[in-house]
Write a protein that binds this ligand. Structure first.
Ligand code: ATP
Length: 139
C-alpha cells in the first residue's frame, strides 16, 4: 500500500515529517492504528506511545496528549509535548513522576489534583517509552 504523509509537531518544534506506512497513536479511548487513505478524522490523544512504521523501520515517541487530524492522505499530530524515545531523560522523568506522585498523595488543598495526575501520566509514559527502546535485544 502506498504511504501517507505524517507530521508530528508541538508548539515549539517539528519532530517528524515524512511518508509513513502505519501510525499507531494513543487515542483517548484506546490505541489508534492509522493506515493510508484513512477517513477524515479529528480526535484527541492521551499520553502514550506514538509509533511510526515505515518500510520495516519503526520510530517511537512519547506524547503527552494533543490532537490527531487526518485529511486527504495526510495526518498531523499536534502534541502538547513530545520526545523521541532516544531523547528522553529517564532520570528527569522519574524525578518528575516522584514529585507528582507526592503532590497527589499530599491531600494539600493547594495542589491542583488534575494537573498532578496529568504530570504522573506524562512522566510514566516517558519512562515506559524510553525503557522499551533501551531494553537489550534478546540474542
Ligand atoms: P518536568 O517537571 O521534568 O519539566 P513535565 O512533565 O512538567 O516534567 P513538560 O511540561 O511536559 O514537563 O515538558 C516541558 C518540556 O520538557 C517539553 O519540551 C518536553 O518535551 C521536555 N521534557 C519533559 N520531560 C522530559 C524528559 N524526561 N526527557 C526529555 N525531555 C523532556
Amino acid at each position: 500500500m502506498s504511504p501517507f504523509r505524517l507530521e508530528v509537531v508541538t508548539a515549539e518544534e517539528e519532530l517528524f515529517a515524512g511518508d509513513v506506512d502505519i501510525l499507531i497513536a494513543p487515542g483517548r479511548e484506546g490505541q489508534l492504528a492509522i493506515l493510508p487513505h484513512h477517513a477524515p478524522l479529528l480526535t484527541q490523544l492521551g499520553p502514550g506511545l506514538l509509533e511510526i512504521r515505515t518500510g520495516g523501520e519503526a520510530e517511537e515517541l512519547a506524547v503527552s496528549g494533543g490532537f490527531l487530524e487526518i485529511l486527504g492522505n495526510r495526518a498531523v499530530v499536534l502534541a502538547d509535548a513530545a520526545e523521541r524515545a532516544e531523547d528522553i531523560d529517564i532520570d528527569r522523568a522519574e524525578a518528575a513522576m516522584k514529585r507528582a506522585q507526592e503532590r497527589v498523595a499530599s491531600h494539600d488543598s493547594d495542589v491542583d489534583l488534575e494537573r498532578a495526575l496529568a504530570q504522573v501520566a506524562r512522566a510514566r509514559t516517558r519512562v515506559a517509552v524510553a525503557r522499551k527502546r533501551r531494553r537489550p535485544e534478546r540474542v
